[in-house]
Ligand binder design. Sequence first.
Ligand SMILES: [Zn+2]
Length: 156
Amino acid sequence: MQLSENLTLRECTKSITASRLGINNTPDEWETENLRQIARYVFQPLREGLGVPIYVSSGYRSLELNTAIGGSSRSQHIQGRAIDLDADAYGGTTNGDIFRYIRNCIEFDQLIWEFGDEDNPDWVHVSYVHDGDNRGRVLKAVRDDKGQVVYKVIFD
Ligand SMILES: [Zn+2]
């Protein structure tokens, strides 16, 4: 099923962990609608703006899958409102490019620079709320001395 011209539902639900553990990762109708909205208003404009394929490394996560991978219980991935993007597989465009394009050109709820270095995050997390307020929060995920994940607010 197409969510938008260049994004399928399958790309937003596939998970190696879910396959390996036999976890059902099928979104319900509401969650699918949320995916359709983030595809239409975030992914597609980004895809067309940068003009290159963009890999979705994680999209929808059922509660069971989210628990299995140690995701936050409040993760917007559970509602189908968040996608993780990674340009690494293609070349030409970097994760830093993806981050900056979204920040400058697209309405979003939360945008996260996920680890990486000064030039590029390891991946980009973005969420979108179509039936409420988009906060436009920009965060950077880093690890502290003990290896715990800390989110630094860049813009709120
Ligand atoms: Zn994410």
